[in-house]
Design a protein around this ligand. Structure first.
Ligand SMILES: Nc1ncnc2c1ncn2[C@@H]1O[C@H](COP(=O)(O)OP(=O)(O)OP(=O)(O)O)[C@@H](O)[C@H]1O
Ligand SMILES: [Mg+2]
Length: 165
């Protein structure tokens, strides 16, 4: 078992994003959710509530869309590929930091999981319309920071940051 880790910083945001990640201040407030294994009925709640919270702060629609997509894809992955877990969204006045922790079984190789088209989704998940292997690439496309830690047989940790401008 090899512990693997993936880091991505959007180039245009790298200096402020690194500063944020190295010394995370206390959020203004946070929202937390738990996700049950294969609980597709409740999946989507976190992404829509986080989006609504940011909308209330006056965050631009383009950013809201990026947050909704990135959080939804990560949320679906916990539902579809893990034994369940939890989500915490830390809300700041200039960015949102969302953390996903699940109860395993982890990924064999994060870099392989990041490849567009790679999927281990089973028949049931595919029948629900998931399993194209595009969720993680889509999270990367929409996030300013993406950090994943995982290992086969262990929990998966995923965090992302999106700045409001
Ligand atoms: N939380 C997780 N725990 C374990 N494995 C995961 C997790 N998230 C993603 N993976 C692995 O990474 C693969 C790729 O994920 P990705 O979201 O890109 O595609 P997908 O979920 O299979 O399909 P899509 O997101 O397009 O519906 C998954 O098929 C799965 O093997
Ligand atoms: Mg997915």
């Amino acid at each position: 078992m090899i512990m693997s880790e993936f880091w991505y910083y959007r180039e245009s945001k790298e200096p402020e994003a690194k500063k944020f990640m190295e010394n995370k201040p206390e959020p203004d407030y946070d929202l937390s959710y738990s996700i049950g294994e294969r609980d597709f009925v409740n999946t989507g709640k976190a992404s829509s509530e986080i989006k609504l919270a940011l909308k209330r702060l006056g965050v631009d629609n383009t950013i809201l869309r990026r947050v909704a997509i990135a959080v939804y894809e990560a949320e679906i992955n916990v539902t579809a590929h893990s034994r369940g877990g939890n989500i915490i969204a830390n809300i700041y006045d200039n960015c949102v930091h969302v953390v996903f922790k699940d109860n395993g079984p982890g990924m064999k190789d994060i870099n392989q999981s990041m490849e567009p088209g790679f999927s281990t989704a089973d028949e049931m998940i595919r029948e629900m319309g998931f399993g194209a292997g595009l969720g993680l690439p889509n999270i990367k496309k929409n996030a300013d920071v993406l950090h994943i830690e995982s290992q086969e047989g262990a929990n998966t940790f995923l965090e992302l940051v999106i700045f409001y401008e």
